[in-house]
Design a protein around this ligand. Structure first.
Ligand code: ADA
Length: 595
């Protein structure tokens, strides 16, 4: 897969491409399925969500992907899966070797050493909504729940000495001082560690691929302890990662015990993120977050976006003069985060969650999956300088005392994995939220002038809906300033209005492009004028497919139409308003007239 980390010494075989495929049926279960019932009468590209293809659109049931692979004798083999949907069980020669039911989450599935030579790899993919199969994804969310491979899958074959990751942390930007912690794929005993020679090299990263200038080489660094292979170093000549100069470096670790060796190449940026007087700071300087919520979705590819679409999406966000993206509502494609590192974007990455409540929090399997998801999300994305904030439990029941354990447990897992970044959750209970003390940043989802217009009683109808935007923002700021969180930054993590692409009408009423333009003009102007607001993630970058059920009656075309672009990334008329206002603000802030 085309993203960091890279492992140049070992065999890494991409399993992307055509697999045998069978849509087995809509009322069969894995547990009582026999091999005879699978007829591979089709093929499917991997990555591809099978129900995003016309042939299987809307199919809810059991599917099978199959590929024959060859496992070299005497090597250790791992499957690295970058992200899947719903429930997926992995089999080698019909023996189950792994389960992947954390949506959009990258994970490693070890292949038992008894398998070698040519073997049959089968993945049974069940895309039905069922809390007992996929505790995290059991209800209709306001984005389509596809099944299958959303992202790539690689086969890693290594010797007994296999590196996993190196976590790289900026300790300070003055010297600048960096710390790094080495993790092996499997536990390495202390007695073994003593026999290992560690070679570390830090060099400049060049997007051209030209080998960068080496800044530092270290042999056998002084670890803080044998168990915790963490070491630190200073890079006096290094450039700091900023939005205008997103300087990146590679850290290469090679281990060799005299018989076996391995190498991992990580990439990192030197930066510190924080908060100060209600603003978010990057390297100590305040930065207003101007951007969008973005789903990984496209009508042709579903969630399995080709690399070129990632590049185009980022080009559009840059053209909109954005500096910020919230990856709503799940762990992100590592390729996209690599692009954000290189382009100088700030990123709010959150775990998969959408309006979860007691029904979920009361289930041990839900809480276990949520904890594992958080740990994997942080470990997978730890080295991205663009990721400045972790989020969890989007619009969960944070106004109920019964949710306390869930919120505290999610926060704890993330904080244990990473003590450097900001933590938050997007609340839609801003006035009676019980857990904001957990947050470094207050993130509020609000839709004044949109949902509340859903009036049952026309007598209550608000005649000037756009006025409701500033009225609501005033209320939210006032409430925050009278709370214990008055010094924390406040961002609008979602705000927006729907518009049907091409629907332009002199009335400029709801669903017209004109209403959305007036709406976003009002929101963006307020965000850029008011220092009480630390930023915004407009809802949303582009239209996306949503409910397959009757809930779509409030979603014309069964799409969420609040995109500033439609699902094919064609701009609606609000596009130029957002571009102009964000652009003017960023120009002023470059000229120093802001902050
Ligand atoms: C919520 C939710 C989003 C989307 C949005 C909307 O805030 O977090 O995923 O559903 O509402 O468009 O209504």
């Amino acid at each position: 897969m085309k993203h960091y980390p890279y492992y140049p010494e070992r065999s890494v075989l991409s399993l992307e491409g055509l697999w045998d495929f069978s849509f087995i049926g809509e009322d069969l279960e894995i547990d009582n399925l026999s091999e005879r019932q699978i007829h591979y009468d089709d093929f499917m590209d991997v990555p591809m969500a099978f129900d995003a293809t016309p042939a299987y659109a809307g199919k809810q049931g059991l599917a099978a992907y199959r590929k024959f692979i060859t496992l070299a004798e005497g090597r250790k083999h791992y499957l690295k899966v970058a992200g899947m949907g719903m429930q997926n069980r992995f089999y080698i020669d019909q023996e189950e070797i792994g389960l992947c039911r954390l949506p959009y989450t990258g994970m490693t599935i070890p292949i038992p050493e008894k398998f070698n030579g040519e073997v049959e790899l089968v993945v049974l993919s069940d895309n039905r909504l069922d809390i007992n199969k996929t505790p995290l994804f059991d209800k209709r969310t306001d984005f389509y729940s596809y099944g299958g491979f959303f992202r790539g899958i690689d086969l890693h074959s290594t010797g007994p000495l296999a590196l996993d990751r190196v976590q790289i942390k900026t300790e300070n930007i003055t010297k600048p001082q960096i710390s790094a912690r080495i993790f092996f794929q499997e536990e390495v005993q202390n007695t073994e560690i003593e026999k290992i020679c560690f070679k570390v090299c830090i060099r400049e990263y060049n997007s051209s691929g030209k080998r960068g200038h080496t800044l530092l080489e270290i042999e056998n660094p002084n670890f803080s302890s044998q168990t915790n292979m963490e070491f630190s170093f200073v890079l006096p000549d290094a450039r700091i990662w900023t939005l205008d100069d997103p300087a990146l470096y590679e850290l290469i670790v090679r281990v060799d015990d005299g018989k076996h060796s391995d190498t991992v190449i990580e990439r990192f940026g030197i930066r510190i993120v924080g908060t100060d007087k209600g603003q978010i700071t990057l390297n100590g300087q305040p930065v207003k977050l101007l951007g969008y919520n973005r789903h990984e979705s496209h009508p042709q590819f579903g969630p399995a976006l080709p690399y070129s679409q990632l590049v185009q999406d980022l080009q559009i966000l840059k053209d909109l003069n954005c500096n910020f993206i919230r990856g709503s509502h799940y762990p992100q494609d590592q390729r996209f985060l690599d692009l954000c590192d290189e382009s100088g974007f700030l990123f709010f990455e959150e775990s998969f969650s959408w309006q979860h409540n007691d029904r979920h929090f009361s289930r041990p399997d839900f809480m276990e999956d949520m904890e594992l998801q958080h740990r994997l999300m942080v470990r997978n994305s730890y080295n991205h300088p663009s990721v400045i904030m972790w989020g969890f439990l989007n619009e969960g029941d944070s106004h109920k005392e019964s949710s306390r354990q869930a919120y505290e447990s999610c926060f704890r897992a993330i904080r244990e994995e990473d003590r450097t970044r900001l933590i938050t959750y997007a609340t839609n209970h801003p006035l009676d939220d019980l857990y904001l003390e957990l947050c470094d940043v207050i993130s509020i989802n609000t839709y004044p002038g949109w949902y509340e217009m859903d009036d049952e009683d026309p007598a209550e109808e608000v005649t000037r809906p756009l006025d409701r935007i500033n009225q609501e923002i005033n209320l939210l700021i006032e409430h925050k300033n009278s709370s214990n969180h008055k010094n924390k930054p406040l961002i609008l993590s979602e705000i927006g209005a729907g518009a049907i692409y091409g629907w332009r009408d002199s009335l400029r009423s709801h669903w017209t492009e004109g209403y959305q333009e007036d709406y976003l003009e009002t929101v963006c102007t307020r965000i850029c004028e008011d220092d009480a607001l630390a930023g915004v993630a407009l809802w949303q970058f582009c239209d996306g497919r949503t409910y397959q059920s009757g809930r779509a009656v409030k979603r014309p075309r069964a799409f969420n139409n609040k995109g500033t672009c439609d699902e094919y990334r064609r701009p609606k008329i609000a596009y130029t308003a957002v571009q102009r206002i964000f652009g003017a603000y960023r120009e002023r802030s470059c000229l120093g007239t802001e902050f």
